[in-house]
Design a protein around this ligand. Structure first.
Ligand code: HEM
Length: 163
């Protein structure tokens, strides 16, 4: 676990992922984060097509590496109009264009947390095979240098492996 910006999370040595409603009480945990999948906000039709033609699903047997990156954005970001956020996200930062360079090596799922009054706005999840770990680092480096990331005020980079 590495705190990229903002306050960190308590150390944890393993992660349990619960899908669906998880009402069972969990004991002995360092933290619990919740998110939901949702409709897209920024992706335009040609991008939908480009993503659909390259992306792969989660849980590939050889994708034993994962990253859970919880992210919160600033009040300034949320105060922007939708078209202003889209312009920063793609026209200025090329988030989708950069991400497409790493498909299908990296599989992903975005979860929204903001409406759940959670500590982060997003829980981002990525899976890749060990031989693509360097490419994954390359991608997060590129994204963190974009104008979009100036609006990120809390980010924890949690890496996981499955044996
Ligand atoms: C949102 C693609 C990697 C963090 C999005 C969206 C797309 C996308 C299409 C917009 C969804 C919408 O229209 O609402 C990709 C692709 C990637 C990638 C193809 C390559 C595997 C990453 C990485 C991170 C990240 C590595 C974090 C380090 C986010 C966040 C959002 C987002 C936080 C939500 C932005 C917002 O709504 O303000 N991504 N992404 N993405 N992505 Fe990525």
């Amino acid at each position: 676990m590495r705190t990229v910006i903002g306050s960190g999370l308590p150390e944890a040595s393993r992660l349990i992922i619960s899908e669906g409603r998880s009402d069972e009480p969990l004991t002995d945990h360092a933290w619990i984060l919740k998110g939901v999948t949702s409709n897209t906000r920024y992706t335009e039709r040609p991008e939908v097509e480009a993503l659909a033609s390259k992306q792969v699903g989660l849980a590939r047997p050889d994708a034993t590496c994962a990253a859970l990156i919880p992210i919160r954005k600033t009040a300034a970001w949320w105060d922007l109009a939708q078209n202003e956020r889209r312009a920063i996200f793609e026209e200025q930062s090329h988030h989708i264009k950069i991400g497409l360079d790493y498909l299908p090596a990296v599989a992903r799922r975005l979860h929204h947390s903001r409406e759940l009054a959670e500590p982060f706005d997003f829980l981002t999840w990525f899976e890749f095979a060990p031989q693509h770990a360097n490419e994954f680092e390359d991608m997060v480096d590129r994204l963190r240098q974009t104008p979009e990331w100036r609006y990120v005020d809390r980010e924890i980079d949690i890496r996981l492996s499955r044996h």
